[in-house]
Write a protein that binds this ligand. Structure first.
Ligand code: ADP
Length: 448
């Protein structure tokens, strides 16, 4: 096993990784920007190194500084968390060249999945169902027009390098197509420096269902069931569940086995998430994330596995601790993302937290790195913490979530707690009857 892991991240995920390291008897190194000198992950790590100013480009994304921190502290592995450098193939290669293990998949797999066209082509060959669309990149409006009229409108123009919902445009009819292509291209060029685009059938009322997979890098892979992340705002997840209330055990088994087999055939190593849209009984691949996800705790709740510990094992060459036959799904789990944002306008609300009382009790987990008296810096994402509940049934989990939300106290900054207190009582949420558009429509109706 590793002797010392450097955690190249901040906030709740840095703390999450730190906890796993401590429990496994592995030394830990926190890195931080000058804005995070008082952060919890810095206080709790064995050692810490300041790697630069608040601007993430000069600190959490600064590869030479992180490498220097590895050398100074003698860390033999780096856990990248999510975001920042977690899906940067170059970073993993540079670490390898300096004999530091990147806790994640091989660079070639990060690279192929980071390019959406290449990812789609790759997984399709491995037997994973994809959204109908262009075979590779679109080179002209005429080509797009011909394909779109064959598929039928609406169609979605997507950037191959896209992420965070950027570089995506819907065309409802042929009149809108040229414009959608132009906008998607220029957004992609400006944001990602790559204007390759492709075309997909636009699914009108899908759910977002993603499969958690794990490969040992030697051809063996398992799946840990799915998460339903259909409640989204601006293509960002706000509420995640395991398992999905929308699919049957047989469908779970099928899509899980297809996913695990593809990951095994790829020789993939570590944690990954295969994201699908699901509509009318069919799954359609949209992308694969080659890292730990924000919403991984719901999978931990229903499987009883520690996903970070599993990542550490695999990266250290010890393989997975379980086989597919060992994996059992127990009960239902829900995670809500509590952000420092106004619950109606979603305006970010950084600043001093003057009271913080997380909920507790049976079946409740709070992953947060804030504390009373902590000032949320304005430079990074607005996540205060994640509230995760586990119950025997979905109904029990929702009831538990409702009472946990009632107990939770955050004051000094705005938070999205009031939003969730309303959502838990919505009949559609209670019944699990929603698509990826439900939340946006509900929010629009609330403010009308
Ligand atoms: P990003 O990497 O920018 O997050 P994704 O491909 O993961 O892009 O898509 C993000 C979200 O956009 C999905 O969760 C879904 O809400 C929507 N979306 C993507 N592709 C389609 C599609 N073909 N039809 C309808 N909605 C889509």
């Amino acid at each position: 096993m590793f002797k010392k892991v450097l955690i190249a991240n901040r906030g709740e995920i840095a703390l999450r990784v730190l906890r796993a390291c401590k429990e496994l008897g592995i030394g830990s190194v926190a890195v931080h920007s000058t804005a995070d000198a008082d952060a919890m992950h810095v206080r709790l790590a064995d050692e810490s190194v300041c790697i630069g100013p608040p601007d993430a480009r000069e600190s959490y994304l600064n590869i030479p500084q992180i490498l220097a921190a590895c050398e100074i502290t003698g860390a033999d592995a780096v856990h990248p968390g999510y975001g920042f450098l977690s899906e940067n193939a170059k970073f993993s290669e540079i670490l390898a060249a300096h004999n530091v293990t990147f806790i994640g998949p091989r660079a070639e797999h990060i690279e192929v999945m980071g390019d959406k066209i290449a990812a789609k082509t790759t997984v399709k060959k491995l037997g994973i169902p994809v959204v109908p669309g262009s075979d590779g990149a679109i080179h002209s409006v005429d080509q797009a027009r011909a394909l779109a009229s064959e598929m039928g409108y609406p169609v979605l123009v997507k950037a191959s390098a896209g992420g965070g919902g950027r570089g995506m445009k819907v065309a409802g009819s042929e009149d809108e197509l040229a414009n959608a292509i132009g906008t998607a291209r220029s957004e992609a060029r400006a944001n990602f420096g790559d204007d390759a685009i492709y075309l997909e059938k636009y699914l009108q009322n899908p759910r977002h269902i993603e499969v958690q997979v794990f490969g040992d890098g030697m051809g063996k892979a398992i799946h840990l069931g799915e998460r339903d992340c259909s409640l989204q705002r601006r293509h960002q997840k706000v509420w995640e569940e395991a398992l999905s209330p929308a699919i049957t055990a047989q469908q779970r088994d099928e899509i899980g086995m297809i996913s695990a087999k593809a990951i095994g055939d790829l020789g993939y190593s570590g944690a990954g998430t295969i994201e699908f849209l699901y509509e009318d009984g069919e799954f359609y691949f949209i992308e694969m994330n080659t890292r730990l996800q924000v919403e991984h705790p719901v999978t931990e709740a229903i499987t009883g596995l520690d996903l970070v510990a599993e990542q550490l094992r695999v990266a250290a060459g010890h393989g997975l601790s379980v086989t597919q036959d060992d994996v059992r799904f127990n009960g239902h789990a829900i995670e809500v993302r509590i952000n420092a944002e106004h619950p109606e306008t979603f305006r970010p609300s950084p600043g001093m937290i003057d009271a913080f009382h997380p909920s507790g009790g049976l079946g409740v987990r709070v992953d947060s790195a804030v504390y009373q008296g902590y000032a949320i810096p304005p430079y990074y994402d607005s996540l205060i913490g994640k509230l995760i509940v586990h119950g025997e049934t979905r109904e029990m989990a929702i009831n538990r979530l409702s009472r946990a939300l009632d107990e939770f106290v955050i004051s000094g900054v705005d938070s999205t707690l009031p939003l969730f207190r309303r959502l838990v009582n919505e009949p559609d949420v209670r019944s699990g009857d929603y698509s990826i558009h439900w939340l946006e429509r509900w929010l629009a109706a609330q403010s009308a």
